[in-house]
Write a protein of this length. Structure first.
Length: 309
């Protein structure tokens, strides 16, 4: 378990991070969202024990990042935004070197290297020179390096930066698999579609303040003007659109065709049930009511609106 407790970081008179708190359990894939300069990297570096908090702390498996930094480092795999590679070695040699640094027993290293190469789909590049790898393969190699000591927590700062669409898709599949294996994964990004498909929790940070934490749907339920309802009727969609205009909790109506109307709805689930009942009682032949999936970008823009302004 990772417990982050009121992390705060000052640089002189400048406050980079203010009282950030959250908890992650094994298997959580946490998307840490914020614009450039919001405080993501500073927070990650504190969790990686590379920066000392001004105050506050965090605990990983019970070990405090300020009191037991070496124990914490044994349990984390950290991949920074800009990472270095040794170009003049083979892929397996690179992983063998880091296995030694992490004190993996000599007899176990061949098996460990084989396992992380298979997991990151790099087995066929085992004997290739690191310098010959594509950007996406280098990214996967760096992730393999983070896994050689079987860490509890992965800290990945903008891991999809610079990758082409195929490499990004492969990285998302890999991170989702690691989550299913029980790893705690914290992955930061300012490109929201990268996170929407595979993170079960997100945190939104702006100007060093954690503005929201939880599942995307959970955060969205606390916001207004974000739910879109779609009504499909046998006919009279145009008439239904006019009837809906001005009804409680409806912000906008959109006629989508002869049989479909969409509305921006800011009410509760109970209000939603009441609205459907009222439509049916008014005689409109409703065939289907659907709530559109929550868009992570909409959630981000709603949460950060005040801070951005």
């Amino acid at each position: 378990m990772l417990e982050v407790l009121n992390l705060h970081k000052n640089y002189g008179s400048f406050t980079a991070v203010t009282d950030v708190s959250f908890t992650l359990e094994p298997g959580d894939v946490f998307g840490f969202i914020g614009s450039n300069g919001a405080g993501k990297t500073t927070t990650i570096k504190m969790l990686a024990t590379l920066l000392e908090p001004t105050h506050g702390t965090a605990r990983l498996d019970g070990f405090d990042i300020t009191e037991h930094p070496l124990e914490v480092r044994k349990r984390i795999g950290y991949m920074p935004d800009f990472f270095g590679l040794y170009d003049d070695v083979k892929v397996w040699e690179y992983l063998d070197y880091f296995s030694a640094l992490y004190s993996v027993p000599v007899k176990d290293r061949p098996g460990v290297i084989d396992n992380v190469l298979e997991l990151t789909d790099l087995t066929f590049k085992r004997d290739a020179m690191v310098a010959s790898l594509s950007r996406g393969m280098q990214q996967r190699l760096c992730l393999a390096r983070c896994l050689v000591h079987d860490p509890t927590l992965l800290l990945l700062d903008e891991p999809a930066s610079g990758l082409d669409p195929r490499a990004r898709a492969e990285l998302k599949e890999l991170l989702a698999e690691l989550g299913r294996m029980g790893k705690i994964i914290l992955v930061s990004s300012h490109i929201l579609p990268e996170l929407a498909d595979f993170c079960n929790k997100v945190g939104i940070i702006e100007r060093g303040n954690m503005l929201a934490f939880g599942g995307v749907d959970e955060i969205a339920r606390g916001l207004k003007s974000i739910k879109v309802l779609e009504f499909r009727v046998m006919d009279r969609a145009s008439e239904l659109s006019m009837w809906l205009h001005g009804k409680p909790n409806i912000q906008n109506t959109y006629l989508m065709g002869a049989t479909t109307v969409k509305v921006d709805f800011d009410g509760s689930h109970e209000n939603q049930v009441e609205l459907v009942r009222a439509i049916v009682n008014a005689g409109y032949p409703v065939m289907e009511v659907r709530e559109e999936g929550v868009d992570l970008e909409d959630v981000f823009l709603n949460v950060t609106q005040g801070a951005l302004n």
